[in-house]
Design a protein. Structure first.
Length: 351
């Protein structure tokens, strides 16, 4: 059966699902409603087979759907570590039943949660869920989006940087990226823990050890594409892969907005070849500054949406502190937060 449209899903939440859940579980607080809305929009059962295993030797395999619901709920509640999630599940029977455990003693151990988290990270399940959600949102738009804004943010990690002598994949130059497929470009994204430098608004450079989260955000502060890389990757190297991911989600839009870190003629040419307007700030280090035209200034102000998304991810969705190690686990943690935030922003757009 095809998944219900997002607009129909949000209508059913208010009309039938919330009243039915309150009749069965008792009064739902704001946090419970947020978790319910997020889980309902993501339609997780269609991606995870809720089974306790086939007839194989050994202990039956635990169903994976409750774990996935719990990880998404952790992000929706702003928790940053699994231990705090387990405390919530043990002391909040409503949340526990929403995730799929009827009784307290049925909650798996912290070690089991860690193993399942690693399993989901290796299979890139959170990323596939977000790609599908972005695709559902894009297909329901009645007209092209006004713009997509691009930027990256620092993701400090609690791990040692990669060995300098270890072989590292090198991103192809921008000209080759424009002709390569999305899969080829993503395979070349450097994934080792490294050092990154960003210039803050005050003019001072900030250095960190870890990774970078690159986002493409469209109207309504809705993230539609994400790439996680080593902190050493320059922002411009992720622009074309992000554009390709947006197109893979069937999103149609008018303007590409980016700051001076994306000031490259290849990126502008790639945008124009797709019949879009590229509004990218000029880098002062490349000679005399070229100011925006009046209409470009108005468009460029909308780029602040991606900054708001980064702030919300770190402040409200558990992405401000990263306790896991390795790019796959870091990516999974960030994508759970992105799933919760994207669901909330889509809800506001239909509200």
């Amino acid at each position: 059966m095809a998944a219900a449209t997002l607009s129909a899903t949000f209508r059913s939440l208010q009309r039938s699902l919330f009243p039915a859940l309150e009749e069965e579980l008792g009064e739902l607080c704001a946090s419970h409603r947020r978790v319910v809305a997020t889980l309902e929009v993501l339609d997780l059962p269609s991606l995870v087979r809720y089974s306790y295993g086939e007839s194989v030797r050994g202990r039956p395999r635990l169903g994976r759907l409750p774990f996935l619901k719990a990880f998404v709920a952790k992000a929706a509640l702003g928790e940053s570590c699994t231990r705090s999630l387990l405390d919530q599940l043990r002391h909040d029977p409503v949340l526990r039943r929403l995730c799929g455990w009827e009784e307290r003693h049925r909650i798996p151990s912290e070690a089991t949660f860690s193993r399942v988290f690693a399993e989901f990270a290796e299979t890139e399940l959170p990323g596939r869920v977000h790609d599908r959600l972005a695709g559902r949102y894009a297909t329901e738009l009645e007209e092209p989006a006004r713009q997509v804004s691009y930027d990256s943010t620092d993701i400090p990690a609690r791990e040692s940087p990669a060995d300098g002598d270890a072989p590292r994949p090198r991103m192809p130059c921008l000209e080759k990226q424009a002709t390569n497929s999305l899969e080829h470009n993503l395979l070349r994204v450097p994934q080792q823990c490294g050092f990154g430098v960003k210039r803050k608004g005050c003019g001072h450079d900030y250095t960190w050890k870890g990774y970078k989260l690159h986002l493409a955000v469209t109207d309504g502060d809705i993230p539609v594409a994400a790439v996680v890389s080593s902190a050493s990757l320059h922002d411009s190297q992720a622009a074309i892969p992000l554009m390709q991911k947006c197109r893979r989600a069937d999103l149609d839009w008018v303007c590409d907005l980016a700051d001076s870190a994306y000031d490259a003629e290849t990126i502008r040419r790639y945008s124009r070849s797709r019949r879009r307007v590229a509004v990218i700030d000029r880098n002062r280090r490349r000679g005399d500054r070229i100011d925006f035209l009046p209409h470009e200034k108005r468009l460029y102000r909308r780029r602040s949406c991606v900054e708001r998304v980064f702030s919300q991810l770190k402040d409200w969705y558990g992405c401000g502190k990263i306790w896991v190690k390795g790019i796959r686990k870091v990516t999974a943690h960030l994508l759970y937060g992105l799933l919760a935030l994207t669901s909330a922003q889509i809800a506001r757009s239909y509200g």
